[in-house]
Ligand binder design. Structure first.
Ligand SMILES: [Zn+2]
Length: 300
């Protein structure tokens, strides 16, 4: 099984790409004209293997360069002001359960998802605490949260920059979830958050993707991480030094995969790859540092 293609939005950042067949080349371009009005913000998505995909806006190299410059500028100003990134971060979680004829995820499942997050991020110094569980009966939003993102989030989003709004719904087209980056919060605070397929939560029906690590992965973006395969084998990659470069997303759990000549095998066990949930087990020290710096720069 192969992951489907990853679309890179050219020009406008957020785009629904055209449907991309499974086994397509890893990088394809989406036309700016395809940008949906809903999605003018920067976000990244996780998709299922073997599926047709409406991939969401992986930033291109130029956009990453621009984002990294802003990030470094902000960190520089914090350093001048004598402010250091916090060693520990507490995230308040607002579960936004959007449901229709199905999808009213029980509290016990949400508790398991919270537990998955806390275990995955324990070594990163990030902890998650339940702020609220809000249940919204809206069959339209539930059945297509992508198309209804703006309406849904404008109506529901709660809290400030440090509040994680964790939406669940019935994502279509093989999409497991998507997230916004911390740097998007200032300009579009209402769109901030992660959206995941309700069957990706622990015990769900999405075989190989039902241990809650879509949540882990999307929250990684929300905390400022790129994919481990960002920029492939070249360029600045994911802007983290200790994740070996990787040409394309991994699928399944291909131990020993090594797609770039640069040192190190592909980081297929990293939460920011596209491997099966059971295969994803770690963040690196460099990613942990980046998350705390992103929090200081954009969410503090
Ligand atoms: Zn992703």
């Amino acid at each position: 099984m192969k992951r489907a293609g990853i679309a890179t939005a050219v020009g406008m950042l957020a785009a629904f790409s055209a449907y991309v067949p499974a086994n397509a080349p890893a990088i394809v371009s989406a036309q700016a004209a395809e940008c949906a009005p809903e999605s003018g913000h920067l976000a990244q998505a996780r998709v299922r293997a073997g599926s047709h995909v409406t991939e969401r806006n992986q930033p291109n190299a130029a956009k990453v360069t621009e984002m990294e410059k802003d990030f470094r500028d902000r960190l520089g100003r914090l350093a001048v002001a004598g402010k250091k990134p916090a060693a520990a971060i507490t995230v308040r979680v607002h579960f936004q359960v959007v449901y229709g004829s199905a999808g009213n995820v029980p509290d016990a499942t949400l508790a398991k998802q919270l537990d998955v997050l806390n275990k995955a991020y324990a070594s990163s110094g990030v902890s998650f605490t339940l702020a609220e569980t809000k249940r919204t009966n809206n069959a339209t939003w539930f059945s297509d949260p992508q198309a209804n993102e703006s309406k849904m989030k404008n109506a529901l989003r709660a809290g400030g920059a440090q509040d994680l709004n964790f939406y669940t719904g019935n994502l279509a087209g093989g999409l497991l979830g998507w997230a916004t980056f911390p740097s998007s919060y200032r300009s579009q605070p209402k769109l901030d958050g992660v959206v995941v397929h309700y069957q990706s939560l622990p015990g769900g029906t999405l075989t190989n993707y039902n241990e809650g690590d879509t949540g882990t992965h999307e929250v990684g973006h929300w905390l400022g991480l790129y994919h481990t395969f960002q920029d492939g084998c070249s360029g600045q990659g994911d802007a983290v030094a200790d994740t070996p470069a990787e040409q394309s997303p991994a699928s399944g759990c291909p131990t020993g995969r090594d797609t770039c000549t640069a040192p190190g095998v592909d980081p297929i066990h990293n939460f920011m790859d596209y491997s099966y949930d059971a295969c994803m087990t770690e963040f690196t020290t460099g990613q942990n540092t980046r998350m705390s710096e992103q929090w200081a720069a954009y969410r503090n």
